[in-house]
Design a protein around this ligand. Structure first.
Ligand code: XMP
Length: 532
């Protein structure tokens, strides 16, 4: 795919701010902040040509940060002619350094140790710097916190630049050019640790670039629909539905774009929660009228899992069985050339992809359901630029039901990693019944949207229960509910006692084969969210 292939779709239709991606971990965060401010942003390669940029008719440009040093051989560069376009440019971190270097300044390693983390910024509101500085820092206090992450600094500027702000160790923490509409900030306005960062970006967009602010999620929808149509033309697209929000939004989006050219496959692996399959069928087949093929593969998965107790082995078996089943199902669909996937931006950046292909590889994925390239499909990944909350907003715009848009994440291996130890259909039935009660009560108490994940776990432990005059010796259910924003860290939810009491009561009374209910009060770290 042409690395600037996004460009043609937007040109002329929407006020656009291209972001030259020098490989920053934060580049999509910049795009997201620009979108949040009501302006369309698109990522482009750092060496995009001036004519390509001009064709996009941009109202401003942003140069992102990046891990390289501008003075190293092979460091990514932009065409210096972009500074002659008379279009406002904001350079962030590496983006400021490359601009300073190309416009006659000098960049060197910071004399003090590299600067990482929160620091204080002194803004020069002295009027001596002319109107442009006030535009960028309008409404920003003279002293404010900013987030730094750099090893190099701009050391010397030619006489054409003005310093706008400084930190204790970085005298040129914000600069502007005297005659060109160029601004640079050494800190990261796009991260939440820079409290006035959103304001500074808004100032750039509205006071400097004179944006109209008409960008909405509905515009993303129209652009995404155009792109999908361009990519697939009259081809048939397969989409594996998992019941989760990402694949649901991809399916609804594709259906909007190409209607009957879409076929969805839903694999019932026998490890789903109660009503999960019915809800997918009613939403996608009955409501959206999508060609949905449900593959009942429960027996295949459960027999492959027989006697397996080790969690990672469970995951591997489930991953492999999923690929086998999906392959077989897809063979039956003639002419399928494309495969749609709900890849989100955090997945892209964590795997070190991106326009500059330089973002460090942060973490390995443990997703099951990823399909190997040998299947031979061309991928359609319309959510690659979005964050989870943006995907949810898009789901709402597409008319997906609230229960799907706001659904808690459910792991690919499903109940297999919540049925601790050996998996049998009897144990799964107990777990499903307890889990359904927990979720019903969480929803009824209005806690579904405030908790990040709430579920039941079936422990491989029996305990004694006295029921009437009978003595029972039956399994234990653990309840797990966590609050989290990124699922990397989590705290256990402070569910009110009376709600816990009702859940426990209902489980021991309604799921007759449970003796005892316990509540997991472990944070992550050290405890993971799932038990296995
Ligand atoms: P942990 O248990 O690692 O979970 O704290 C963090 C998040 O990841 C989900 N999770 C998985 N998702 N396949 C998935 O698709 C898996 O194997 C898997 N394991 C954990 C978990 O539900 C939580 O949202």
């Amino acid at each position: 795919m042409n690395k600037n292939s996004n460009n043609s779709v937007e040109s002329g239709k929407e006020q656009t701010v291209p972001i030259l991606d020098f490989g920053s971990q934060y580049v999509q965060l910049i795009a997201r902040r620009v979108r949040e401010a009501g302006v369309h942003a698109v990522l482009v390669a750092p060496d995009i040509s001036v004519s390509e940029l001009r064709a996009m008719n941009p109202i401003g440009l942003i140069l992102s940060g990046g891990p390289a040093s501008v003075y190293e051989p092979g460091a990514p560069r932009c065409d210096p002619k972009i500074f002659d376009l008379q279009i406002p440019v904001l350079g962030i971190c590496y983006g400021m350094q490359i601009a300073a270097q190309l416009l006659g300044g000098q960049v060197k390693p910071a004399a003090a140790a590299a600067e990482y983390g929160a620091t204080r910024l002194q803004v020069r509101h002295d009027g001596a710097v002319g109107t442009y500085s006030d535009e960028l820092f309008t409404g920003v206090p003279e002293e404010t916190g900013v987030w730094m992450s750099h090893g190099d600094q701009v050391k010397e500027l030619g006489r054409d630049f003005i310093a706008l702000a400084a930190t204790a160790t970085c005298p040129l923490a914000a600069i502007r050019h005297k005659t060109r509409p160029f601004f640079g900030v050494q800190f990261h306005p796009e991260v939440t640790h820079t409290p006035y960062g959103g304001k500074i970006l808004e100032n750039f967009l509205y006071c400097v670039c004179r944006a109209a602010g008409s960008w909405r999620m509905g515009n993303f929808l129209n652009i995404a629909v155009d792109k999908i149509r361009q990519q697939v033309s009259s081809g048939r697209v397969l989409c594996g539905l998992s019941g989760g929000v990402d694949s649901a939004v991809v399916a609804a989006l594709l259906h909007r774009a190409i209607g009957e050219q879409l076929t969805c496959i839903f694999v019932d692996n026998g490890l789903l929660r109660k009503n999960e399959r019915a809800s997918v069928e009613s939403t996608f087949r009955d409501h959206f009228h999508i060609d949905l093929r449900v593959v009942d593969a429960a027996d295949e998965f459960l027999s492959a899992l027989a006697d397996v107790t080790e969690p990672q082995t469970k995951r591997k078996i489930i991953g492999k069985a999923f690929i086998d089943v999906f392959k077989r199902a897809s063979r039956g669909i003639r002419d399928a050339r494309f495969l749609a996937q709900g890849t989100l931006y955090p997945d892209v950046i964590e795997s070190g992809q991106g326009y500059a292909h330089t973002a460090a590889n942060i973490k390995l994925h443990h997703n099951v359901g990823g399909l190997p390239a040998e299947l031979g499909f061309e991928l359609v990944e319309p959510l690659r630029e979005l964050f989870k909350d943006e995907v949810r907003r898009l789901g709402e715009v597409l008319g997906l039901p609230e229960a799907i848009v706001w659904r808690h994440p459910f792991p690919g291996p499903g109940l297999a990693v919540r049925c601790i130890g050996e998996i049998t259909s009897e144990k799964l039935a107990i777990l499903r019944a307890a889990d359904e009660i927990l979720l019903e009560e969480i929803v009824a108490a209005g806690l579904y949207r405030t908790t990040a994940q709430s579920f039941a776990v079936l422990l491989p432990v029996n305990s004694v229960a006295v029921m009437g005059d009978d003595r029972g010796y039956k399994p234990v259910i653990a309840l797990r509910s966590v609050d989290s924003t990124d699922f990397m860290t989590a705290d256990w939810s402070r569910i009110p006692y009376d709600i816990l009491a009702r859940i426990s009561n209902r489980i021991v009374n309604e799921v007759r084969s449970v003796s005892r209910v316990v509540y997991d009060i472990t944070s992550k770290p050290p405890g993971t969210i799932e038990w296995e």
